[in-house]
Ligand binder design. Sequence first.
Ligand code: SOE
Length: 386
Amino acid sequence: MKKINIGMVGYKFMGKAHSNAYRAVPMFFPDAAKPEMKVICGRDPKGLEQARAQFGWESSVTDWRELVQRDDVDVVDINAPSDAHKEIAIAAARAGKHLFCEKPLALTLADSREMLEEAEKAGVKHMVGFNYRFAPAVQLAKKLISEGRIGEIHHFRGVFLQDWILDPSFPLVWRLQKEIAGSGSHGDLGAHVIDMARFLVGEFREVIGMSETFVKRRPVAAAMTGLSAKGGGSEEMGDVTVDDATAFLARFENGAMGTIEATRFAAGHRCTNGFEINGSKGSIKFDFERMNELQVYFTDDAEDVQGFRRVLATDASHAYMDAWWPAGHTIGYEHTFTHEVLELMRALEEDRQPVPNFVDGVKCQEVLEAVDRSIEERRWVAISEL
Ligand code: SOE
C-alpha cells in the first residue's frame, strides 16, 4: 500500500483535527494510501512537544523552513494562522511538496492567486480545507441537486452563526486582527458558506454586502489564544480590526438568488452552519448542529403527505458511511476532516488534483473580496471585475 509522508505546520485547533484524521483514515479506510505522520511544526517548544506526543507525530521542528525542505515529507499541511499560509505554501511548492492548506487560503485575493500560480508552476497537488463539503448529508444534498431531484434552483440561503465573542471582555485574539486573520467572520465563517454555495449551486455572478464591528476595542490577549480564551485578563485595550458580522446578497451565474450571513454575535448559536436551497421541484435544508440529517421536500410527493421530511444520512448508501457504523449510528465534526484527508490520499494515489483545491480557494477569495469592495463602494460588484 502506498504511504504518504506528512509534515504539518500548526498544532492547535486545526492541527488536532487534521492529526485525528491522519490516524482515522488507515483505521476506517484501509484501502486508501496511508498518511505517515512524520513531522509536526510549531513555535513554542513545550506546547509542540506535548502535541507531538499526544497526536502521535514521529518528530517535531520549530522552524517550518526546515520542515518544507525535508526529504521525508511529501505533503505540507498548513494550519497555522492565515497570515502564514502564503509564505509556507510557496516555499513548500518550490521544494516540490504537495499542499494541504486551511481556509481562507490567504489574506487577500492577490495572495491566493499567487499561491495557486506557484503550485501550478511547481506541478504539485493542492487542497484547501473546506471540510463541511465532506459531511455525508451535504454529499447527499449535492447528489439530489445533481440528479435534478429539486429541479432548477431559485434560492440559496446560507448562514454561519456563532456567538463566542459576544462578551465585550473576550480578548483580542489573533482571529480579531486583520493583519493575521485577513478578515473576521467574513473569511472565517462566510468562506465556508461561499464554498458550500459554489459546491451546491454554482458560481457567483455578483454580490452586495454590509458588515459591522459591534465591539471595537477589546482587552489585549496574553498569548496566541483561540476560541476558548477567557475574558477579563488584561487592562490594556486594543482595536478590533475585522468584521464581527458580514451579510450579503448574491446572484449566481445560473440565475439563482443568494443570501449569506456570517456572524460571531448570534447569541445562542454555537456553530450553526446552515443552508436552505429551494428549487422548482423541492427544497433541501441542512444545519451542521444536526449534521447527520438532511431535511427534504419534494413537490411530487403525494399531496396528502407533502411536507419537509428528515433523512438520516447514515445508511451504507450515503457517502463514506459504509466505512463507519451500522445505519442510524451517527458521526461528528471530526469525521468531516477524516473524509477530507481521505480525498487527499485518494487524489495523490490516483495522480489527480484533490477537490476542493486552490482553484476553489481562489474562487472563494474572489467572492470574499467582491463583498468587501461592495461594502466599501456601496454598490453591486461583479466577480468578473476582480
Ligand atoms: C471558528 O470560528 C471556527 O472554528 C472556524 O475557524 C472554522 O473554520 C469553522 O469550521 C468553525 O468555527
